[in-house]
Design a protein around this ligand. Sequence first.
Ligand code: FMN
Length: 334
Amino acid sequence: MTIFPLAPLKIGKITLDPPLILAPLANISIPATRIMAEKFGAQLTFTEMVPTAAIFRGIDRAIRLIAPSNKNKPWGVQIFGNDPHEIEFTANYLAQMKVDLIDINMGCPMRDIVRNGSGAAMMKTPKLAAKLVEAACLGVKGKIPITAKIRSGWDEKSINAPEMASILEKAGCKMITVHGRTRSQIYSGKSDPYIISEVVKTVGIPVIANGDIFDPGSAERILKITKAKGIMIARGSFGNPWIFRDLKNLLQGKPLLPPPNPLHKLTVLKMHLEMLKKGNIHPKRKLTEIKKHLAWFSKKLTGSNKFRKDIFAARDLESIEEMIRNFEKQFSSS
Ligand SMILES: Cc1cc2nc3c(=O)[nH]c(=O)nc-3n(C[C@H](O)[C@H](O)[C@H](O)COP(=O)(O)O)c2cc1C
């Protein structure tokens, strides 16, 4: 039995039709990348995780991360922290900024974050995690939904995503995204769809499946196993906004389209470059960020190994643009 079209998902004031989400991604989820994902079919995007301790103290660098993407699209903000007062303050501040949804990060595996008891360390402290959700709900005064993004557990001996999700639901969480890896796995091994399906069976709120979705086949598999209400994509979108076009068609039960040809890819790459150039990225990081995206976009194209090597060696934007023009010639003349 086909599961497509997947039903639209209503969360707070927004409806995701289809429920196709770009994951929060540190250093990547800037407006340019989110807008590109939306143009290709993502229905909800998030900022990268924003530290509530820095928002509470009014640190400009953190406040700038809260940028919306496109004014007509839902504005998701992901936050992390371990202090209920800072979470309540930030949630209240974000509600006044009229964001559409606040997600609390309970899955980040990075040492600096978990050492502070934040991110994936929350998987070990469900009571504190619930307090954070309650504090965020208090902060937004019911105006916008609070959601959470969790992992399957801290390590293989302590898989607790279903219990955790149930505790978070009782605390007021309105949607849960589950990445089917433990914190110990970081990004190694495989994401386990069966633990996500256990979460779906345990809670009444919508569950979003995340982990290892790289194409329509993997999306279909995870949805069939988990019966989740939607999917979230991270690494599969790097240099590949077409994944949203393909997954949108899949979820809506429409026929799939052929992959883009090289010239089409490069034209989108140049459009993305223009958006990145104008984007609100720290000047010191701009060139590095641009190089990263160009390398992803050019992957699998003929001659891309040399192109990538040259790009990473480039010292300024002008030489990068010249390299793109030269790289493009081989495709435009064919
Ligand atoms: C470079 C990078 C940055 C990430 N940043 C965040 C983040 O800020 N917040 C978050 O919840 N997860 C973050 N993640 C995890 C992803 O959102 C996602 O859960 C994970 O990559 C699994 O999905 P995938 O298999 O589609 O990549 C990040 C992952 C990567 C690779």
